[in-house]
Structure formats: structure tokens, C-alpha cells
Design a protein around this ligand. Structure first.
Ligand code: NCD
Length: 321
């Protein structure tokens, strides 16, 4: 008897099937796993003294950051260089944007120089998807407004998977300024897609309306929200996106919402603490927790960021169907 053909869902993914990486929304579990597996293969390689590869030799990656960034921009630059690509950092300060050029005109100018990839960060949600429609090369979203930050969610997932061995079935509490956070949105998408249970823990003023529709459990109390969870993901209070007062005072915010040893005690004894950085110590997280090498994986997240961004750059330079 002829065995039945494998279902499409069971077929292994041979390559990343999209031209761009604009968000986690729309990626399948197989696509996410494929990116994480590829990233995993770079972790040990990056720890060797002789770590440079030639996979992207001859390719040009342009970093175009309209919003300030330390770790994400450096991480993309290093990832590109480790793969042998030529990486160009566009300094937006002092560029034509400051002289009144529009986002699209800048993109078209850069596009005419025939880069293979544009890595873009912008303070408006949706701006990068718009830009992607206008250029010939692949576009990678390095954070757009409060919408998505896909490589952050992937690096968080890689950190969790390495420490816990899986994503499915874990309970993850995402705490703090969910309203303004693209990190939260991408993580909710990814964790739900991969079968984790997601809780959001925040004061009502820092939650988007109808947040339950994202498929999360909502808590307005840190003790209840952290009870029995495997992962505690803290978020920065994003003052730059706030118009008006969202919290009474920073001291009060820390008292009710800041992660300290006492609140962390509600989580599982081996619960892992994450934070995307930059951290406001004493506002959303206590220094003792942030620096506790047994509980906090914050430095490891930064390391995983390079491996994940290498995987994403490679994925987007493969020919897509
Ligand atoms: C995040 C960002 O820019 O969205 N940081 C980062 O990429 N490392 C989170 C933040 O700024 O709070």
C-alpha cells in the first residue's frame, strides 16, 4: 500500500518563505521554529575566537534608524559583519530627513544604491510596512512605533527555549507598560503561536483597550499575575511615547509594579526574569533582581540578539518563492 502523503503542516520547512520580516503576526509555528533553529546554530559559533562567516559576502545591509537605539542597531551591525556582509549605518541625525525629505524619498534614494536589505526602525507604527512596498530589497522591521519588534520577540523566545527547553505550555507574565510596547505585541503574537500561555500584568492605564482580544489573561496585581509563572518579562516604562501622566509617580510605580525579590517570590522558584533593555533600575525592576545571575537572563538576551539577527539576515537573503 502506498503510504499517505505527508500533510503540508508536517513537511519540514526548507527556507523562510517571505520577502520581508515586518512582524511576528502571520508567521507560522514552523517558520518561527526554523528561524530559532538557524539562530541556535550561531550561538556556539559566535563564542569562538574565529567566528566570522562568509554566508553574506558581497551583500549590502543598510541600517536605517529614525529612532535612537543602542543594542538593536549594534546587534544588527555585528550580525551582518559576522556573516561577511557590508554593513552601512545611516545616521539619520544630520541626514536629508532633517532637511525635510520624506521617509519614502529617503528609502527610494537608498534603494537606488541597490542594497540587499534595509533594516529599519521608525517611531510610527506601520511606517516600515509602507516603506517595504516601495523598495526592491528585503526589509526588516527593527521596531515600528508601538506596533512590532519581531527580532526582540525571537531573541526572547530563543533565550527561553535554551533555558526551559521549550516554549509550548509555559506561562509567561509580561508586566508593565504594555500600552506603548512593541516588544509586548510581538511577544504576545509569538508566544501564543508557539503554544505558551500569556498573562499581561499592568495598571489599567498602561493596557491597550480590549487587550483580551490578543489572547491574553489580564491581571491588575503583580502577586496574582506572577503566581506560578515560568517567565517574568518586565517592560520599560516608555515615557517618550506618553502624552500626559500615565502613572502617579515613579516611586509609587515601583512600589506596586516594580519587580523585586518579594514580588518575584510569587512566581515558580526557577522562574526566569527577562527585560528587553534599556532598563530603568528602581522603576520597573530592582537592581538586585536584574543582576541576580541565577534568576535574570537579561545579558543572555543581548547575546541571543546577535544570533537571531544573523538568522533573520540570512533568511531574507535566500531566494524566496
Ligand atoms: C525595546 C525597543 O526599542 O522597543 N528595546 C530594544 O529594542 N532593546 C524596548 C524599549 O525601548 O523599552
Amino acid at each position: 500500500m502506498v503510504p499517505p502523503a505527508p500533510s503540508p503542516a508536517a513537511a519540514p520547512l526548507l527556507r523562510y518563505p517571505h520577502r520581508h520580516l515586518l512582524g511576528i503576526e502571520g508567521l507560522s509555528p514552523a517558520e518561527i521554529t526554523w528561524l530559532l533553529d538557524l539562530a541556535e546554530s550561531h550561538v556556539d559559533q559566535n563564542r569562538r575566537p574565529d567566528k566570522k562567516l562568509a554566508t553574506l559576502r558581497g551583500r549590502t545591509v543598510m541600517n536605517l534608524f529614525f529612532e535612537s537605539s543602542t543594542r538593536t542597531r549594534t546587534s544588527f551591525e555585528l550580525a551582518g559583519k559576522l556573516l561577511g556582509a557590508d554593513v552601512i549605518n545611516m545616521q539619520v541625525e544630520g541626514s536629508s530627513i532633517k532637511k525635510g525629505e520624506t521617509l519614502i524619498d529617503t528609502a527610494m534614494t537608498l534603494n537606488a544604491m541597490r542594497p540587499d536589505m534595509l533594516v529599519v526602525r521608525h517611531d510610527s507604527s506601520g511606517a516600515i510596512a509602507l516603506l517595504a512596498q516601495k523598495v526592491d530589497c528585503s526589509v526588516l522591521n527593527a521596531g515600528d512605533g508601538s506596533h512590532e519588534h519581531p527580532t526582540q520577540a525571537l531573541l526572547d523566545a530563543l533565550t527561553i527555549r535554551r533555558r526551559k527547553g521549550r516554549l509550548a505550555g509555559l506561562t509567561v507574565a509580561i508586566c508593565g507598560d504594555i500600552l506603548h510596547s512593541r516588544v509586548a505585541r510581538s511577544n504576545i503574537q509569538l508566544l501564543n503561536t508557539m503554544g505558551a500561555m500569556v498573562r499581561v500584568v499592568a495598571p489599567p492605564t498602561l493596557l491597550p483597550r480590549e487587550v483580551e482580544r490578543l489572547g491574553v489573561e489580564v491581571h491588575h496585581d503583580m502577586h496574582a499575575g506572577l503566581e506560578g509563572c515560568d517567565i517574568v518579562m518586565m517592560l520599560r516604562l516608555q515615557a517618550e511615547r506618553m502624552q500626559g501622566a500615565f502613572v502617579p509617580s515613579l516611586r509609587e510605580y515601583f512600589r506596586f509594579w516594580g519587580l523585586d525579590a518579594e514580588k518575584l517570590a510569587a512566581a515558580k522558584p526557577d522562574a526566569l526574569v527577562l527585560h528587553p533593555g534599556p532598563m530603568n533600575r528602581g522603576v520597573e525592576i530592582d537592581t538586585d533582581v536584574a543582576d541576580d545571575i541565577d534568576r535574570s537572563a537579561i545579558t543572555e538576551q543581548v547575546e541571543m540578539g546577535v544570533a537571531v539577527r544573523m538568522a533573520c539576515l540570512e533568511a531574507l537573503t535566500q531566494p524566496y518563492p
